[in-house]
Design a protein around this ligand. Structure first.
Ligand code: HT7
Ligand code: ZN
Length: 878
């Protein structure tokens, strides 16, 4: 397979104005007739000079081909494995293409496919070419009219984008027909069609200009009672986008369809979003608090795409972060406004560090706007999404809320209805505010996580404090040397009492607040603060103002001080994590050197204070009391000591539990009421209660086990049931197997809950886990063709169970490679997500490296490898 490069971008030689599609859905064959109005693109072909028209198409059977009503002779066109070329088309013409496809054989879940007997499409990024021959690129925007004919009993519901303009009753042949029309020009990746037996819940929303929009969520029969939360989230999203961005919905109807087989979370097709059921269906007894928050965030994300992605779309797929980074930033802010801002920020930063930082320092590192790719589906990455969101957040920080909003307004004023670039977005931000973002643009072109090395120096005589800031960025594939970034560094200085000091730079006349943003632009830069009465403790990178790694030589006492006093909640949490990381990594060294393990008294006391601080928000306290994850600890080591980290973290948890046992018990009892579910402060109560239970269970004493088993049996909320089951799952207690069996029996008819059952078992730290995972592959509820099941069981094991996946025997690696090869033939996108779990193989010891490399080589050498898997496996080996 060949790489495609951003530098080779050229506008399309032809444009398509209108698309008229007719689908004849059948059990054996589906026939698609496509009538296109095409014309030479004046930008490329100013005189309309004919050049061949090359349409994309994959796995299609061409039935007929005509231009302006005349069937083409075989000599006038050529069919390739992935294209249809018309040699000499006129400057403007109508093209009619008829193709046949077999959706029932499509296991890739891309293009037109079947799920639970229904028809469904997924066209982003390049799935439309599996439906019909087309210019399958986002800068070709057209108006669509879609007619669907199907058996009326098997497929009573027929949906496509836009507004319903015609519908027939069932004819003598038992079939019926509908026609949908989308008034907005769109790229083909936003096309959608759904047909089948579906029921819907309906609501409406009155926009701020007074238009009534019908809202519908379609689900399989039996799931209607699980849509309330998604519907509420949708209405909140519509209101938020009006209030915060001034953006209103533009069609008369907004539809969501939830399907069980879906490669990703959801898809923002114009007026007809298609969702993985995981992000729609939610009831308290069967979905966790995390699930509820996930539904809220993903419903918002897809809805927000209507403007950031659909009305203004990407010129080419290198610009993916234009819509994804911006829309993730928007959904993060939406969730922050609805829930707790610090808790959301902590969760987002944890996610960034857990997934994006490793990607950015590994063989797949790429800028948020990549320079090249082999398979675009491989670039729906945490870098494009989450780092992309951080980049938009930095723009927001640098311009301020008002400046950012001016930039957004100008962006839509200029580009509504267009397919544009990341550079167009930044230019709108600059032009609306006058802020120079030329250096800032490096965030779009350079990969790697920058490092900020900061040191502070206090001068008691001059009452000044000098901060020296050095930035660097490690090399990444194809980018040996990096230029300095423009980094917004938000900070404050704390006086010895813990209060924020007014901040005046020596060059300024008056202080500018107690928390402010510095523009770091040089490789080394000094900031000198005046009127600093006593040696301060700096609170740096407040709110995680840039996606960087911060190095500052804090003492343990400084960190404990920040944990207790920082006015920035994120940095209070961060100080605890930094201290915890330092202590745990010290213990990993102690273990390796055969020294006895001991957890610092000061740290235990700091945790004690948090647990007993009545003023703290429960959800925040739960995060502050959680030790850094094994994955995060591993990232801080040159060679990841998997077993050392696991053992030491377990030791620390026990030490904390033993030290705080009474307080943990009273916290548990105080919060442990089996309260009815609500998506509000109860989420925080549950997270702190379950954190307490987790610590207590690490002691595995009779009282803790009784509480845990009691919670498992009696809890109303799935959050509590799962928390208890997850804790039992790591033990060899007899109650473990009984609980798992009972859980399955109770929930075996709810696929999303069965997914939890698979993933819990896959993530057990018990030594027998791999054997159990292997046998679960043969469980009747496991389906390798269903992505959610694969992510739960195979992904849960290889991505969520470091100690068992990295077992020194190498058996976990062999298992993963076997699964990748099976999935490669069924669903390349899912296979490629699994093979990515090998990408960090060079971070491990020689023995493990050798095992992982051997599996990667085995994969690369396998026959019929998809471009998706080939790209990840081969780049991982480079
Ligand atoms: N824009 C959507 C991306 C997506 C996708 C991409 C490739 C293959 C399958 C896919 N399903 C959805 C999702 C989003 O970011 O909103
Ligand atoms: Zn998105």
């Amino acid at each position: 397979p060949k790489a495609i490069h951003l530098k080779d971008y050229a506008p399309p030689p032809y444009l398509i104005d209108t698309v008229d599609l007719t689908f004849d859905l059948g059990e054996e064959v589906t026939r698609v007739r496509s009538s296109l109005q095409l014309r030479a693109n004046p930008v490329r072909l100013p005189d309309g000079a004919p050049v061949p028209l090359v349409l994309d198409g994959q796995e299609l059977k061409l039935v007929s081909l005509a231009i302006d009503g005349r069937t083409l002779e075989p000599a006038e066109y050529a069919i390739g494995p992935e294209s249809l070329t018309i040699f000499d088309p006129p400057a403007a013409f109508a093209l009619e293409v008829e193709t046949e496809l077999k959706p029932q054989e499509n296991t890739s879940l891309e293009g037109l496919y079947r799920t639970s007997g229904n028809f469904c499409t997924q066209c982003e990024a390049e799935g439309f070419r599996k439906i019909t021959y087309f210019l399958d690129r986002p800068d070709v925007m057209a108006r669509y009219r879609t007619t669907i004919t199907a058996d009326a009993l098997k497929y009573p519901v027929l949906l496509s984008n836009g507004n319903l303009v015609a519908a027939s009753k069932m004819g003598h042949d038992g079939r019926h027909t509908v026609t949908w029309e989308d008034p907005f020009a769109k790229p083909c990746y936003l096309f959608a069609l759904v047909a089948g037996v579906l029921v819907h819940v309906e609501d409406s929303y009155v926009t701020r200009s007074g238009r009534t929009v019908t809202l519908r969520i379609y689900v399989e029969p039996g799931n209607q009672d699980k849509c309330d939360h998604a519907m509420r989230s949708l209405k909140k999203s519509m209101a938020w986008d009006e209030n915060v961005y001034g953006l209103e919905y533009d069609l008369d109807i907004f539809m969501i369809v939830a399907v069980g087989d879906f490669n990703m979370g959801a898809m923002e097709n114009k007026g007809l979003n298609v969702f993985n059921t995981k992000y729609i269906l939610a009831r308290p007894e069967s979905a966790t608090d995390t699930d509820f928050l996930g539904v809220e965030a993903v419903v918002a994300h897809e809805y927000f795409h209507n403007w950031t992605g659909n009305r203004v779309t990407c010129r080419d797929w290198f610009q993916l972060s234009l819509k994804e980074g911006l829309t993730v930033f928007r959904d993060q802010e939406f969730s922050s406004d609805l829930n707790s801002r610090p808790v959301k920020r902590i969760a987002d930063v944890q996610r960034l560090r857990a997934a994006q930082f490793p990607e950015d320092s590994g063989p797949m590192a790429h800028p948020i706007r990549p320079d090249s790719y082999i398979e675009i589906n491989n670039f729906y990455t945490t870098t494009v999404y989450e780092k992309g969101a951080e980049v938009v957040r930095m723009i927001h920080t640098l311009l301020g809320a008002e400046g950012y909003r001016k930039g957004i307004d100008l962006y839509f004023e200029r580009h509504d209805g267009q397919a544009v670039t990341c550079d167009d977005f930044v230019a709108a931000m600059e032009d609306a505010t006058g802020k120079d973002l030329s250096q800032f643009r490096r965030w779009y072109s350079q990969a790697g996580t920058p490092e900020l090395d900061i040191s502070g120096e206090y001068d008691g005589h001059g009452r000044t404090y000098r901060l020296t800031v050095r930035q660097s960025c490690p090399p990444s594939p194809g980018q040996p040397v990096k230029q300095p970034y423009h980094i917004p560094l938000a900070l404050g200085l704390l006086d010895p009492q813990g209060a924020d000091i007014p901040l005046r730079l020596k060059t300024e006349d008056v202080p500018k607040g107690t928390s402010r943003v510095l523009d770091v632009t040089e490789a080394e830069q000094v900031f000198e603060f005046a009127d600093v009465p006593a040696p301060p403790v700096p609170s740096l990178l407040r709110g995680f103002s840039a996606p960087v790694k911060l190095r500052m030589s804090y003492t343990d006492d400084d960190l404990t001080f920040l944990m207790a006093n920082d006015s920035d909640a994120f940095n209070r949490w961060e100080a605890g994590q930094t201290l915890g990381t330092r202590l745990l990594l010290g213990l990993v060294e102690d273990r390796a050197a055969g020294r006895p393990l001991e957890l610092s008294r000061g740290f235990l006391d700091a945790l004690d204070k948090i647990l007993n601080d009545p003023a703290l928000d429960h959800a925040f306290a739960a995060q502050a009391l959680t030790l850094p994850s094994e994955g995060y600890l591993g990232q801080q080591m040159p060679v990841i000591d998997v077993d050392g980290i696991h053992e030491v973290r377990g030791f620390a948890r026990k030490a904390i539990a033993a030290h705080l046992r009474d307080d943990l018990l009273s916290t548990y009892r105080a919060l442990g009421g089996n309260e009815p579910f609500a998506i509000d402060a109860a989420i925080g109560r549950r997270s702190l209660k379950n954190l307490a239970l987790g610590y207590l269970m690490s002691l595995e004493d009779a009282e803790a086990v009784e509480l845990c088993v009691g919670q498992f049996h009696n809890a109303h909320a799935m959050t509590d049931v799962i928390a208890a089951l997850g804790l039992l799952n790591d033990t060899h207690l007899p109650q473990r197997d009984a609980a798992l069996a009972r859980f399955y029996e109770t929930w075996k008819n709810e696929p999303l809950v069965v997914d939890k059952w698979f993933s819990i078992q896959a993530m057990s730290e018990r030594p027998e886990t791999l054997a159990e995972v292997r046998s679960l592959l043969n469980h009747p509820a496991f389906e390798i063709r269903n992505p959610n099941k694969v992510y739960a069981l195979i992904g849960g094991f290889a991505g969520g169970n470091a100690v068992r996946f990295h077992d020194s025997s190498g058996a976990g690696y062999e298992f993963l490679a076997d699964q990748v090869l099976t999935l490669n033939g069924l669903n390349p996108q899912v296979a490629s997500r699994m093979v990515k779990l090998f990408a960090r193989w060079r971070k491990y010891d020689d023995r493990r490296q050798a095992f992982m490399r051997a599996q990667l080589e085995r994969i690369v050498g396998a026959p019929n490898l998809s471009p998706d898997v080939f790209e990840i496996a081969s780049k991982s080996l480079q």
